[in-house]
Design a protein around this ligand. Structure first.
Ligand code: CUK
Ligand code: CUA
Length: 661
């Protein structure tokens, strides 16, 4: 149902104010409200005229009213979206769909001084795999920390599909605090999901490889290649993953895909779909079928059902082996002990989403027209009774498909991911058909399909992965945008479409082009759950959470200390100067700059660049940075502030001189 402009006025009256008042009298254009003359549109242009001149329909204006957020007013929700190849996380306001921030996670981010000579270099360096520095990532699934199954607004976890890593972002300052490379996997996908109390961050592998990545020929695929479900222990107090207390569950080489953690009644369990139980390995040059067709032969792949509480206990009992320093529960143990159970999934499954009540898992099928709803209670009973229809080649028990499911819902061509609202509806992204399919969990029937633009991949709902979704909004995260935006060369932006789900029918409110990377998943949290700081404690090192031992809290304590070939510079920054502002060292010296911002006022940020040395840090109020480098290039190097902080910003500068040998 489209609302009339009149209704939109009621809903958005405070927003559009006078302009809509004029529109509500569209048949009597003369009857402008008394304040119309002072409205932004001016006396001469009624909203109707404006609509005509811009070719806007009533529905367009209603959508505009629903999404417009005037300056000074905040958004209602915040989206944390995958930045795809950028290795970053995009922060977007809802309903405005305005980009608020790009958080540097796996890739250096110059504005935030992330990866340019300061403390954050250590975070990025810790993400090396096999000693190789990696400066990009393919971020797929950002997940917010949860307490009792609800987003608590404290942390965000993301996975790097490309290089098998997970990262922890602290939402008090929106800064990445930790990158953990998984030494076992060759890539990941099902991550970074959390259980309802964020005890673990779950990361599951994608393309099978020998655990630990040792060489084994492809002829050994069945015997030596494996998947893995990683359970990264999260220490909430420290705000870090505790690698020592983490463990992995070895999986057959079935190309595990998406994953989700159980909740409420299914807490303690995890679910992973898979798409290549054929174990196809390609060989196109030798005339063998590509993985694409080899992996699509069977009618069924396997949903993996993992009892992680039991796995945790078995690891504690010493049943794990150690690979590359990680505790790994062997496949044999998992199969025998009921940690891992399989059940069929139709045709190239994708998506694996636990319902808000925790009683079911919804799996799509890229080449199927159904979403399959697995019933947790039924699966649990089958596992408890050891009622299986057989075992796979690795000794893992397999449940009967029919006995494990609640039913299947006819969705359309290419259902992928499913999210939920507060009224018992599920929303499935349907890739090939380019629609959002809304269906009833109770009746297991599709009730509406909304065309989106185009080829929707992921879908996301307001607080949609919690035990209590908000409803209201769904976001279609579309892979293609053909005719939606102005052309920007052959690489098009992807398209987030905000969908209003409050009415009888779903409606697209706004298109938001995403010009950074290829986003996959995202989550949407109510703004009031986030409690970000506006300044650090004076001298705080954001990576320790404490006042840095090298912090300089008063300008008079700034100094240069020379010790042989090491030069320690204790430096302050405040509008609009650095102390000291002249530094001279000898070629080959090791230089440590300990730099504290003495600012405490909100939004008063400086930058510090020593440009030819690739140094640039951001100094938010109170922040302390430690910068270290070798002065291996002689010459004269101005250093300067890189944030337009004051009228005398350009004067906020100094000289760094390196005397040749
Ligand atoms: S996904 Cu990673 S291939 Cu559907 Cu979550 Cu996009
Ligand atoms: Cu400080 Cu510009």
């Amino acid at each position: 149902m489209q609302l009339s402009i009149g209704k939109a006025l009621v809903m958005g009256g405070a927003v559009l104010g006078v302009a809509v008042a004029a529109a509500s009298c569209e048949n009597k254009a003369e009857q402008k409200g008394p304040q119309a003359a002072s409205g932004a549109l001016g006396a001469s242009a009624s909203l109707k005229q404006l609509m005509d001149s811009r070719g806007l329909s009533e529905a367009d204006v209603e959508a505009a009213v629903k999404t417009y957020v005037p300056g000074g007013k905040g958004d209602e929700y915040m989206i944390f979206a995958s930045g795809g190849h950028s290795g970053q996380v995009l922060v977007i306001g809802v309903p405005s769909m305005r980009l608020l921030k790009v958080i540097g996670v796996f890739s250096p981010e110059p504005w935030q001084g992330y990866g340019y000579g300061g403390e954050s270099d250590k975070v990025l360096a810790a993400g090396a795999q096999n000693g190789k520095k990696i400066s990009w990532a393919d971020v797929h699934h950002p997940n917010l920390s949860e307490t009792k199954g609800d987003y608590d607004g404290q942390f965000l976890f993301v996975n790097d599909k490309a290089n098998g890593r997970v990262a922890v972002v602290d939402l008090t300052d929106f800064v990445t605090k930790q990158i953990v490379p998984n030494p076992l996997v060759a890539s990941d996908h099902g991550g970074a999901f959390v259980d309802p109390n964020t005890e673990y961050v779950i990361e599951t592998s994608q393309y099978p490889a020998p655990l630990g990545r040792a060489y084994e020929p492809l002829s050994e695929y069945k015997n030596k290649y494996r998947g893995v479900a990683m359970f990264w222990k999260f220490d909430r107090q420290k705000g870090r993953i505790d690698v020592e207390k983490s463990f992995a569950v070895e999986l057959p080489p079935y190309t595990q895909d998406l994953a989700d953690a159980g909740k409420l009644g299914s807490d303690g369990w995890a679910f992973i779909n898979s798409f290549n139980t054929e174990m196809a390995i390609g060989g196109t040059l030798e005339g063998k079928p590509p993985i694409e067709s080899g992996a699509s032969k069977n009618d069924m792949d396997y949903l993996h059902v993992i009892n992680w509480k039991k796995a945790e206990q078995l690891v504690k009992d010493g049943k794990a082996t150690t690979i590359k320093g990680m505790k790994v529960l062997p496949l044999k143990v998992s199969g025998e002990e009921g940690v891992l159970t399989l059940v069929g999934e139709p045709k190239s499954p994708h998506g694996c989403d636990v319902t808000p009540d925790g009683t079911a898992v919804v799996v799509g099928g890229k080449l199927d027209t159904h979403a399959t709803v697995y019933d947790f209670a039924k699966m649990k009973a089958l596992i408890d009774q050891k009622k299986f229809e057989g075992k796979d080649d690795y000794g893992v028990p397999i449940m009967n498909f029919k006995e494990a499911i609640r039913g299947q819902v006819e969705i359309g061509l290419g259902p992928l991911h499913t999210v939920f609202d507060d009224k018992g509806f599920a929303y499935t992204s349907v890739f090939i058909e380019s629609v959002v399919a809304k269906w009833s969990l109770k009746d297991m029937k599709t009730v509406e399909k909304l065309p989106v633009h185009y080829n929707i991949g992921h879908i996301m709902a307001a607080e949609g992965d919690t035990v209590s979704p908000d409803g209201k909004y769904v976001v279609a995260m579309n892979k293609m945008s053909m005719d939606r935006f102005s052309k920007v060369g052959p690489l098009y932006p992807q398209n987030f479409q905000l969908v209003d789900t409050t009415g009888d029918q779903m409606r697209i409110l706004i298109d938001a082009p995403i010009g950074i990377g290829e986003p996959h998943y995202s989550q949407m949290i109510k703004i009031d759950k986030l409690k970000p700081i506006s300044a650090y404690k004076p001298g705080e090192n954001p990576y320790t959470g404490h006042v840095d031992p090298n912090a300089v809290l008063k300008e008079k304590d700034a100094k240069i200390v020379r010790n042989g070939t090491t030069v320690d510079v204790y430096m302050t920054a405040i509008r609009s100067h650095f102390v000291p502002d002249q530094i001279e060292v000898n070629e080959g010296d090791t230089v440590n700059i300990h730099l504290t911002s003495l600012e405490s006022a909100e939004d008063q940020v400086h930058g510090f660049a020593l440009n030819m040395y690739n140094v640039n840090v951001s100094l938010e109020p109170g922040k302390h940075e430690n910068i270290s480098f070798k002065a291996d290039v002689p010459g004269v190097f101005p250093f300067f502030c890189t944030e337009f902080c004051s009228a005398l910003h350009l004067e906020m500068a100094g000289y760094f001189l390196v005397k040749p040998k």
